[in-house]
Design a protein around this ligand. Structure first.
Ligand code: ME8
Length: 654
């Protein structure tokens, strides 16, 4: 197939602050379907996705989790059921994955920031305003809605800091022209939102550095400042091609980007701030930004903070990845919001996939088997009705292409399903079971089966960008060779020369029992009781010790003056203790696995002090510290016995 040219498409890069939910999958699935469609059409596609890993939100979350920000994001991106796992599960065919913590990106952002500074488009000033922490956005008083963040509706805080600013105001006229007089931003309704809410009230310069936290790209010429996370994030689209770095070399081939798919709440960043920065650097602008709607749940945006997230793993495991992908793109117009419900998901699968497409494939392959042993040889007898099916297929292909090129997935799929429904009706109209009764009507039966196979083949090519695995199953059942799966094969033909070798198989989309499934999903969505850890303590001693002997043990409160690791030992800590005698006591204890030396200094512990001294790693230990030991889920735990610091060193315990 002739190369149609290059096509560069991106998703937003995701914040790995929480696990992703089905709302996040929406945009990535749409981008994937578009990338697959363009590849099918013969384009050389670059599909980029990734993660946006800097900013205060991540720094705070990492702190709460007691890990470094890098460890925190690594876990969510690369860990089990993390971002990478989710895209694998959803069969996402991205060609590249960028993490904004990648070294090449960080270095490139520093150069980009410096270039805008050198140009005079970034300058130093003082910022005082309102800050929305979850959105990492600064707002002026006039931009707030009811005193709250205009993006997410949450409380904002007063904030003031020395900061760098980008001269956004300088580009206001050019941005207005771009939005109003070109097709840069779609759908058109988003243009009005941008112009009326942000540009007409006056574009103010944008605060583009922070000093209140450190988890970001450092401004290399002014330590203490980190680059505003949105500058860092937006330029991912270019650094991932090799802009200001040597890691990649695809700028010439793929920039300007053909389309950025983004959620509606981040259209402002992509259609105002992003082109303004590119104008500042005199770089070509992306050809299009498409702002899609939200997947809502009970009328509200699905989000982790609202506690209404739907787990894509559960849905994909229960219904299959293709069914889920299909549901997302078939049900909701891409530019509008959609309300996700389990009922809607199940009824879409049952109606479109099990009843219409699945049934058409099962019935057709079963009849090919029954009447022709799976081999449709040359020959046949066509009728007028076949022409009607062919005409519809031809119309559907043209409409499908138009709709896909306009990013209208739901309409494109609805075109494919017009053909599928028509083919199902064709079965009822031709009644193959009647034709099979007589040898005389066998040639007609042969043509009917060929028409059905052809209609299914064409439908499978059309749904393949959205349901790649199912399309492949269908092609295999029909014995379609590679060239029959390609876009160029989309010319309907069921003539006497055509032959088919079909097979039968298990239903591709089994019907789902709505009631049972809803009950099962309800059960799964109940908060699970966290499993209680299995605690093991040592059995009580059977042997007794007489009272007099016990009383000889001398337990004392001791204060830790110094504590350090013992060289070449990963077990021992060496304590210098005040035992109230005025002479320091040294005790070695095998607890390095459980405590860091610095956390014990100053603590009041309990030691038995009249044990004979013994040598450990060549050092003398005079006594033993008392601790409580047990196992949790098979893991050894140890807690030193600590008493109130009011208890003086040397106090006897009895
Ligand atoms: O915005 N329905 O990251 P993010 C539809 N890091 N789309 C949804 C959704 C829902 N319920 N919830 C989230 C960011 N999304 C930035 C992007 S790009 C240079 C930086 C979409 O993880 C959301 O609209 O918060 C956005 O497009 C994407 O998921 C990533 O959101």
């Amino acid at each position: 197939m002739a190369n149609k040219g290059n096509f560069y498409i991106t998703t937003p890069i995701y914040y790995p602050s929480d696990k992703l939910h089905i709302g996040h999958s929406y945009c990535t699935v749409a981008t994937d379907a578009m990338a697959r469609y363009k590849r099918l059409r013969g384009y050389d596609v670059l599909f980029l996705t990734g993660t946006d890993e800097h900013g205060q939100k991540i720094e705070d979350k990492a702190k709460d989790a007691g890990v470094s920000p890098q460890e925190f994001v690594d876990r969510i991106v690369e860990g089990e059921r993390g971002v990478l796992d989710l895209w694998k599960l959803m069969n996402i065919s991205n060609d590249r994955f960028i993490r904004t913590t990648d070294d090449y990106h960080v270095a490139a952002i520093q150069k980009i920031f410096k270039a805008m500074y050198d140009k005079g488009d970034i300058y130093k000033g003082k910022y005082s305003g309102k800050y929305c922490k979850p959105c990492e956005s600064f707002w002026t008083e006039s931009q707030l809605v009811d005193g709250k963040c205009p993006d997410c509706g949450r409380e904002v805080q007063d904030a003031e800091e020395e900061a760098y600013f980008f001269k956004l105001s300088k580009y206001a006229d050019r941005i207005l022209d771009l939005l109003e007089n070109t097709d840069f931003l779609e759908p058109k309704s988003r243009v009005n939102e941008m112009v009326n809410n942000f540009i007409k009230p006056g574009l103010e310069d944008l605060c583009v550095s922070r000093t209140s936290f450190t988890w970001g790209v450092p401004v290399d010429f002014d330590p203490g400042h980190v680059v505003y996370v949105w500058i860092d994030a937006l330029f991912n689209y270019m650094t991932a091609l090799g802009f200001q770095n040597d890691k990649y070399n695809d700028l010439e081939k793929f920039w300007p980007c053909d389309v950025h798919f983004v959620g509606k709440e981040i259209v402002r960043f992509h259609s105002i701030i992003w082109p303004a920065m590119l104008m500042s650097l005199e770089l070509p602008l992306p050809k299009k930004v498409y702002g899609h709607g939200w997947l809502n749940f009970n009328g509200e945006k699905m989000s982790k903070s609202r506690g209404n997230v739907v787990d894509p793993y559960i849905l994909a495991e229960r219904f299959g990845v293709d069914a889920l992908r299909f549901f997302l793109l078939r049900t909701f117009p891409f530019g509008s919001d959609g309300n996700f419900t389990n009922e809607l998901l199940i009824s879409t699968i049952n109606t479109d996939l099990a009843n219409d497409l699945g049934n058409l494939v099962s019935r057709t392959t079963a009849m090919c088997q029954k009447y022709f042993g799976g081999t449709l040889a040359e020959g046949g007898e066509s009728a007028e009705l076949d022409g009607e099916l062919k005409a519809l297929a031809t119309e559907v292909i043209t409409n499908y292409e138009k709709q896909m090129d306009a990013y209208q997935f739901h309409n494109a799929l609805s075109e494919a399903f017009r053909l599928i429904s028509r083919a199902n009706k064709y079965i009822d109209e031709t009644a193959p079971w009647v034709l099979a009764k007589s040898e005389e009507t066998k040639p007609r039966l042969l043509s009917v089966m060929k028409n059905l196979c052809e209609a299914i083949r064409i439908s499978a090519v059309l749904v393949s960008p959205v349901m790649p695995e199912s399309a492949e199953k269908i092609f295999n059942l029909l014995g379609v060779p590679a060239e029959g799966r390609a876009w160029d094969s989309l010319t309907y033909c069921a003539c006497a020369d055509c032959t088919w070798n079909t097979q039968t198989g298990a239903p591709i989309f089994p019907r789902i029992d709505m009631e049972k499934e809803l009950a099962a999903l309800e059960e799964l969505s109940k908060p699970q009781e966290p499993a209680k850890p299995a605690i093991e303590t040592e059995a009580l001693a059977e042997e007794t010790v007489d009272f007099e002997t016990f009383c000889k043990s001398d337990f004392r409160a001791v204060k830790v003056k110094e504590c350090q690791n013992v060289k070449k030992s990963d077990k021992l800590l060496q304590f210098t203790l005040d035992d109230g005698t005025g002479v320091d006591r040294q005790i070695l204890s095998g607890i390095a696995k459980f405590y860091k030396p610095e956390e014990l200094i100053g603590k009041t512990l309990v030691a038995i002090v009249n044990l004979p001294p013994r040598k450990m790693m060549g050092r003398e230990s005079c006594g033993m510290l008392i601790s409580a030991v047990h196992k949790e889920d098979g893991v050894e735990k140890l807690n030193l016995l600590m008493v109130s610091d009011d208890i003086p060193a040397g106090a006897k315990l009895c």
